[in-house]
Design a protein around this ligand. Structure first.
Ligand SMILES: Nc1nc2c(c(=O)[nH]1)N[C@H]1C(S)=C(S)[C@@H](COP(=O)(O)OP(=O)(O)OC[C@H]3O[C@@H](n4cnc5c(=O)[nH]c(N)nc54)[C@H](O)[C@@H]3O)O[C@H]1N2
Ligand SMILES: Nc1nc2c(c(=O)[nH]1)N[C@H]1C(S)=C(S)[C@@H](COP(=O)(O)OP(=O)(O)OC[C@H]3O[C@@H](n4cnc5c(=O)[nH]c(N)nc54)[C@H](O)[C@@H]3O)O[C@H]1N2
Ligand SMILES: [Mo]
Length: 699
């Protein structure tokens, strides 16, 4: 047993329950919930879990405030006024389920593809995520959703080079001598990694941050490369160029474990620090210095994250960066290499959870969630298939988080769209529903979690009874399946059974099953500390693929490309004259995407929607620090409080997200400005590829 349940001699009525943080974050913390008389009264990080180390972030330490929030939806609600009027009336579960099933059945009789599930990672749980829900939609034959809104560009880029979402064990970063934090504000979005980086720093490691603005993390690193957004691939090529020119290469590693080096070498030599520096807006010497560090430090590690792939060239950017550790042989060291996501180290039985076989031989279309606005407004036909007539939303808040809100909202406001939203709260999306179904929180259901930042499975026990009439997502889809007359045995599986199905029979699970996991609380996957010390990449060739063989065969350029943003001076000069400022919208520290925005204590800390503007840009526009400004482009506008600061670059505005529209002073948020263009690989969203103008707001 890895850790014993806590006992409380002084307070025998206090029971401690093991839990997992459900949020979309690489840290997936193990938590301990104190329950007295059926009420959760304490929540803390599990001190025995190595990466949690007893600490929770500010947001999740408020999970009890969130759970017992007066705004919880605790009974099924039916729309009782025009769409968007916000008027709802309580109905019984049987009424709601019966009516919803009736509506879906009628649509399915014509073409079930007119029904679309829309979900993301409100909970990362394998049970409350895509298990019963996916079974339901597969059985129904609904349109499938391509879940691209966050990480698909980077995931595809990494797959092409390394073969999957694999990389360093995050715990090894504590021993690294050089840590390059690339496109991540770790202190905000990956706090427990930052503790490991701090350990390394105390032992003398050099920390480098590559980010367009001086965020909390950059401030605490030894070196900060403050580049223009969307230019990282050029930087990576210049680094490769310097490695080649200075022969900071591990020829033996390259020879034995990579593919395409000669092609790469030739291309890299075309990228001088001057050439890349001009594009990236960086001093060439800073590129030389970083190349020297990468080329001459053993145990050089890159913590790549998702911030840099939210632009048109995001997939190829990740490809270019992922080549670096193979060139220097950094993978030979357990504390060297790269980590973007650890998901691929987990053996999850996705087919057992989601049961795509229930589709039978029906072939259904797939809708990309990053262009949900256009999809909802499509009249049908023209190769699109049937119009979307029903939308079932769970674990997501598209009205706030999806790009190009103007179009998303117009779609959600369609009177002829039947929308069901499973939620904890009356979010911006729920306000536009026909039915809101009350869902349980992590304390009210069981689940099992993998992680995309570390290598531990974490179990979540139910700590308290569901509040009000809330039901787990699984239960809601089980109930709906019954009302639809679906009789397959898998619709009768309990949450415990589903959790057990999640752990695949695979050597990586080393015999671990859910029963054992829940006794222990958490367990590490089996696997090597230095996974590619001796090659063995999970690519078809077994090599690190500097060039992509499929492109080579098709006569296309097989190397990572430098693809500039859709919206920048080089690619859209006319647009850039009208909207000269590049905008990125990374998360506010106290929110998690749009989750927690309604938690009063956290929203008070954030104050109001805010943006950073460089002093030169502010002066040019006659804007003073602290003034309220309009940030706008042809798609829309949003108001924010302006902080004039040289933490941002000239020409770059940083707007902090993602506010609930209805909790913002103007009833809008930053996604009014973003567009539905997709990334080069993986069809991802381009949140950080956006030109805007800023002006003082009328008083
Ligand atoms: N507190 C908090 N934590 C979170 C989240 C949250 O909302 N709040 N969200 C969670 C989720 S869903 C995710 S996906 C992760 C996201 O966390 P990360 O993967 O770290 O990604 P972002 O927060 O989007 O952006 C990280 C950094 O990338 C920078 N960046 C933007 N554009 C570029 C670029 O072109 N190049 C480079 N080099 N950097 C760029 C941003 O300025 C930002 O500082 O965090 C998770 N953790
Ligand atoms: N401008 C801009 N937009 C962004 C981003 C950005 O950086 N800038 N980040 C993007 C990224 S990285 C991501 S991942 C997406 C995230 O977008 P979403 O996945 O939509 O994430 P959240 O905004 O956290 O909304 C999740 C919702 O799920 C609900 N929920 C939580 N648990 C459960 C449950 O068990 N059952 C049910 N039924 N509901 C539950 C929560 O109450 C919450 O309202 O946003 C993207 N949008
Ligand atoms: Mo995300």
């Amino acid at each position: 047993m890895l850790n014993e349940p806590q006992t409380h001699d002084a307070d025998p009525a206090l029971r401690t329950v093991r839990a997992a943080c459900p949020h979309d974050c690489p840290d997936t913390c193990a938590m301990l919930v104190g329950v007295r008389d059926g009420v959760a009264v304490q929540l803390r990080g599990d001190p025995s879990h190595p990466t949690t180390g007893g600490a929770l972030c500010t947001k999740v330490s408020r999970y009890l405030e969130r759970t017992y929030h007066a705004g919880r939806v605790l009974q099924p609600l039916r729309r009782a006024g025009p769409k968007g009027s916000g008027r709802f009336e309580p109905v019984s579960w049987e009424q709601a389920l019966g009516d919803i099933a009736g509506r879906l059945r009628a649509l399915a009789e014509v073409d079930a593809q007119s029904i679309l599930p829309y979900s993301y990672c409100g909970t990362m749980g394998l049970v409350q995520g895509e298990s019963m829900a996916a079974r339901f939609f597969h059985r129904l034959g609904a349109s499938r959703l391509d879940r691209t809104i966050c990480s698909s560009a980077g995931a595809e880029g990494l797959r092409q080079v390394l073969g999957g979402l694999v990389g360093m064990d995050v715990e090894q970063f504590a021993n690294s001598r050089l840590i390059v934090i690339w496109g991540s504000n770790s202190i905000t979005s990956n706090l427990h990694f930052w503790s490991l980086a701090q350990q390394a720093k105390r032992q003398g490691a050099t920390l480098v941050c590559i980010d367009p603005w001086r965020n909390d993390t950059a401030r605490r690193c030894h070196m900060h490369l403050q580049l223009r957004p969307g230019t990282d691939s050029a930087l990576a090529w210049a680094l490769m160029g310097e490695l080649v020119r200075n022969d900071w290469l591990d020829h033996d590693y390259i020879e034995r474990h990579t593919l395409g080096f000669e092609l790469l070498r030739e291309r890299a030599l075309q990228w001088s620090p001057e050439r890349a520096g001009a594009l990236c807006g960086l001093p060439p010497d800073s590129i030389r210095e970083l190349a020297r560090l990468l080329g001459t430090t053993r145990a050089a590690a890159i913590r790549l994250n998702y911030g840099l792939q939210r632009v048109r060239g995001g997939g190829n950017t990740v490809r270019a960066i992922a080549c670096l550790p193979a060139l220097t042989g950094a993978w030979r060291e357990p504390a060297g290499g790269l980590l973007l996501s650890s998901s691929g180290h987990f053996a999850v039985d996705t087919a057992a959870l989601e049961r795509p076989d229930l589709l039978g031989d029906r072939i259904v279309r797939t809708i990309n969630m990053s262009a949900i606005g256009d999809a909802l407004l499509h009249p049908g036909g023209d190769g699109f298939g049937p119009r979307i007539d029903a939308l079932v939303v769970y674990n997501s808040n598209p009205a706030a988080v999806a790009p190009d809100s103007g179009r998303v909202l117009a779609g959600l406001r369609r009177e002829d769209l039947f929308t069901v939203v499973l939620e904890h709260f009356r979010t911006d999306t729920a306000d536009l529903a026909d039915y809101i179904l009350p869902a349980t929180t992590q304390l009210e259901h069981i689940d099992v979690h993998k992680s995309y930042g570390h290598r531990y499975w974490v179990a979540n026990e139910q700590a308290i009874e569901p509040l009000g009439q809330a039901r787990a997502n699984t239960q809601i889809f089980r109930d709906l399946a019954r009302h639809m007359g679906f009789t397959e045995p898998c619709f009768g599986d309990s949450d415990e059974q589903i959790a057990a199905q999640a752990l695949a029979d695979d050597p990586r699970n080393a015999g671990l099953d859910f029963a054992t996991l829940r006794k222990q609380g958490w367990a590490k996957v089996a696997g090597c500390e230095a996974p590619f010390a001796d090659g063995g990449f999970p690519t078809p060739s077994g090599r690190c693929q500097l060039a992509w063989p499929a492109d080579l065969e098709a006569g296309r350029d097989p190397l990572p490309q430098v693809i500039l943003p859709y919206e920048c001076a080089e690619t859209a000069p006319e647009l850039a004259r009208r909207y000269p400022l590049a905008m990125i919208s990374p998360p506010a520290r106290n929110f998690l995407n749009s989750s927690f925005v309604n938690v009063d204590s956290l929203r008070r800390t954030e104050g109001e929607p805010a943006l950073l503007l460089h002093p030169l840009d502010a002066a040019e526009r006659g804007i003073a620090d602290g003034q309220r400004v309009r940030c706008f482009n042809d798609r829309g506008e949003a108001l924010a409080r302006c902080h004039v600061s040289d933490d941002t670059r000239q020409g770059l505005v940083v707007v902090f997200g993602v506010w609930w529209r209805k909790l913002s002073p103007d009833g809008r948020n930053v996604n009014e400005l973003t567009h539905q263009g997709l990334t080069d690989l993986g069809g991802g969203a381009c949140f950080y590829d956006c030109l805007v103008q800023v002006a003082a707001a009328p008083a």
